[in-house]
Design a protein around this ligand. Sequence first.
Ligand SMILES: [Zn+2]
Ligand SMILES: [Zn+2]
Length: 306
Amino acid sequence: MTEINIKPSHGKGRSCVITRRACFSASHRYWLPELSPDDNAAYFGSCALAPGHGHNYELIVSMAGELDANGMVLNLSDVKKAIRSEVTAQLDFRFLNEAWPEFDLSNPEGCLPTTEALTQIIWKRLQSHLPLVALRLYEQPSLWADYLGNAMDTYLTIRTHFAAAHRLARQELSQEENEKIYGKCARPNGHGHNYLVDITVRGMIDNRTGMLCNLSSLQSLVDDLIVETFDHTFLNKDIPYFRNCVPTAENIALHIADRLTNPISAIGASLHKIRLQESPNNAAEVYAEVPRLEINPKTLNEMATH
Ligand SMILES: [Zn+2]
Ligand SMILES: [Zn+2]
């Protein structure tokens, strides 16, 4: 009699990424005991105010693995339990500065409970329980951190918006030709959008401030160089760059990246990505970092033999 193979074939050995979302509410205060009150206020702005302030945090945990006999990477109730016991039950309704020893500032190794530091520490606490591939932590809908397990690369994103008008048309073409390419977007008097811009910076977290770069400085750069410059303008006429460059979503995203790259390096981070959403139906993304040169022993050997 032939034996019937009843071994399930879910996924056939391929892996899958699953995500789980968890929320908690907590308060914090940015205040370093070694700084004077004036320096704390100057460096951390209103985040330095006593006794602190709170956020509704949203944590997204991504995990990967092969499917088990039940057709799952992991049993979601185990995932839920691990996130609850290791993270949310310890942080929900707590003052973060006092919740975990990593945030004890009387210890010289302690750091401020920033979104990016919290994301890294949550990773360290969850990694022995879950097969993590990425963590995202929203402090609010306009500020979040991403961490993929590499201490050299933490990502922080801030979201802002501006309203502006534009017209898509190439000066050297006729109205008819422009309408063939750009459709209604080429109409002579322009039209407007409420643009959403996500600015993602990358870098290492400072051991003491817990920050990838000074958040108030980053916010001011974005306010001054992007929002103040573009808000309530007709891009084609008011922004010199767009006098000879069609302000498509792609070109606006590239121009924003060009304006921010050097000022963001000057505050100690790297501009990683600009995402410009023009409408609910279209967006453009620009990866701003130049890929690093791949210098490894193999390429050096090749160079040596030629
Ligand atoms: Zn805060
Ligand atoms: Zn448009």
